[in-house]
Design a binder for this molecule. Structure first.
Ligand code: SAM
Length: 319
């Protein structure tokens, strides 16, 4: 936490943070629920003057380590949203995914969070794990909706290099139809599909901030920050980070790269793309997609109706 404080102080200067300017906070990466809430106190104290009233403050949590005492401690610090890494309510699938919690533990964790008073609760589900069927996913979604949540993130399983799964890529199945199925089942329950992997009766402001390419500070090993047109990467190695939290790699994006980012992020969500950022030829192609009812216009914005084909639409517009 000393390293974290040191970097945070430095970043607040870099970002020229003003009083009450922070709209959202996200505590994530790894498992925040293995860290005693007391240890977050200093960070919250440091941030307090900068946090806007009613800011959305999320913490990620693992169902097995998010105990009642931990959740209460985080609530007392001002956290108002919890995102639980549930992944599935199927015992065998959880085991195969190497998760340490049981379906029951996940349900208890969400119910406990509700009881404590958290305003916004979300859970993550995973699909396209080898052997996933419509029946299994339907059951996962139904069990999710029995809980007092207002948000679900449904992620397609991806295989990261360096993980146990990297040597057994067959754990991931390719089935585009399941993505549509999952989206249909979740929206049936009244949640809005507001980004390729995100659904809710409440749309996370923090998530939307990323997709609008708003500035964000990233503190901690492996965190990413973004300011104007530059990404900031502290070390991903925890020991190296602790030794030197101010050693940060910078990557500046060109105007073209920023435009491409805006297109991908805007069309894979309900954010949309401002027509004024497109050149004449791109606008012509986007208008053609409107004519073909692949996109629609909302004032100055081009918006997408089918997030699952957003990559193809972007590549078409870029020409
Ligand atoms: C933005 S989160 C969304 C999680 C969740 N589904 C929700 O709606 O709250 C997605 C992932 O990005 C990670 N993450 C968030 N902010 C980050 C940052 N600034 N740098 C690196 N990773 C970040 C989180 O730990 C999380 O695993």
């Amino acid at each position: 936490m000393i390293a974290l404080e040191k970097q945070l102080k430095d970043e607040l200067k870099r970002f020229e943070a003003k009083e009450e300017s922070i709209e959202t906070i996200f505590i994530g990466g790894g498992t925040p629920s293995t860290v005693d809430p007391i240890l977050y106190q200093k960070i919250f104290k440091l941030l307090k003057p900068y946090i806007k009233t009613n800011a959305e403050i999320t913490t990620e949590a693992n169902p097995n380590s998010a105990t009642k005492a931990w959740l209460q401690g985080m609530y007392d610090l001002g956290v108002n949203r919890v995102s639980f890494g549930v992944q599935s309510f199927d015992q065998d699938k959880l085991k195969a995914l190497n998760r340490a919690h049981s379906p029951k533990q996940a349900k208890i964790a969400v119910l406990t969070a509700k009881e404590i008073g958290f305003k916004n609760l979300s859970l993550d589900l995973i699909y396209n794990y080898q052997g996933d069927t419509k029946a299994l996913l339907k059951s996962d979604i139904e069990q999710a909706f029995e809980l007092p949540i207002n948000h679900i993130s449904a992620y397609e399983l991806t295989i990261e290099s360096g993980t146990k799964f990297a040597s057994t890529p067959k754990v991931r199945q390719e089935d585009d139809e399941l993505a549509f199925f999952v989206a249909k089942e979740i929206t049936k329950h009244g949640f809005k599909h507001y980004e390729i992997s995100n659904f809710g009766s409440y749309e996370s402001e923090h998530n939307k901030g990323y997709w609008k390419l708003k500035d964000y500070i990233g503190v901690g090993a492996g965190a990413v920050g973004f300011l104007k047109d530059t990404r900031y990467y502290p070390s991903t190695d925890i020991d190296a980070y602790i030794k030197n939290p101010l050693k940060i790699k910078e990557e500046s994006l060109t105007t073209d790269e920023l435009l491409t980012e805006r297109l991908f992020l805007g069309l894979r969500s309900n954010i949309g793309v401002d027509k004024n950022i497109l050149n004449k030829a791109m606008k012509k192609r986007a208008d053609f997609l409107v004519e073909k009812e692949k996109l629609f216009k909302d004032n100055n914005l081009y918006k997408n109706t089918n997030y699952f084909i957003s990559d193809e639409l972007v590549l078409y517009i870029l020409g």
